[in-house]
Design a protein around this ligand. Sequence first.
Ligand code: A2P
Length: 314
Amino acid sequence: MSLQPQCVLRDGTSIPAIGLGTWKSEPDLVGKAVYTALQMGYRHIDCASIYGNEEEIGEALERYLSETQTSRDDLWLTSKLWNDCHQPEFVRPALLKTLKELRLDRLDLYLIHWPVSHQHGIKIAKDVSEQIPREQLPISETWQAMEALVKEGLVRQIGVSNFNSKKLNRLMDSSSISPCVNQVERHPYLQQPSLLATCQAHNIVVTAFSPLGSGGMDDLNLLKEPLIQSISSKRNCTPAQVLLAWGIAKKTIVIPKSVNPERLRSNLDAIDIHLDNDDISQIDSLDRHHRFNDGKIWALEGGDYTLSELWDES
Ligand code: A2P
């Protein structure tokens, strides 16, 4: 296996360009997957409090670190602040819970998971009264509490997830520490060139979640896309490896989720796949602006959060 490619943050810190995604990784399987992935050489694990599996991941991390010579500093561990902890007084306790569950004393990266705020204790708002309108709680207030975590040494870097360009620009204007990462859904069916350009112009690294298209949904399956399959035959690799190599070629971080040892292995081996400019431009032509995770869940009738506001699209 080649040296793992890295994405470099504005302060020179490097993040392994392939990380293990843990969204939808089932209980009883996720710990094994994380432990196996670390044994295979994954050095970047992407977590979130809302995934409900950080305790099991923490056990696997602790076991791996205690059984091997690997230093904690050689791993990159990300987690995310859930929507019900955006009020500044809840930010630090939420991080401490995540740290306790992951059995860590600091995170490498902490992200605001969604630009959508809920009343404390409400994981998924079913009614607008369970959401907090943006004017009542500017995201800059949450961000200031995130900045305090960096100053305290509890997290090395802070960033956001699911932010559009407008929200990023507004946040950068009001912050003393600029977000260093924006984690968004990204794959050939949802390429978001203008968001990518905004991020790259401001040295914000884009992390692509669902880089395999969530394994196929909505009758759309990137892994079965004829072009992806033909490039994979030509390059003697799997369709998933083509998708991951394409994401890395675009200078994004990719965090494919898997709990299957063979797929974990082959996803990591995507770092050895080389796509030429012709492959890349053909894959670029697959864009159809299709979201598998469309955010409709936040757009409650009569509420402050609408899809056009969320994605800044009409
Ligand atoms: P599994 O965990 O059984 O491997 P995404 O990261 O885009 O959300 O995709 C995750 C989905 O794709 C999961 O259903 C995962 O299932 C599946 N998957 C992960 N790696 C591969 C692969 N190399 N080939 C096919 N499916 C994969």
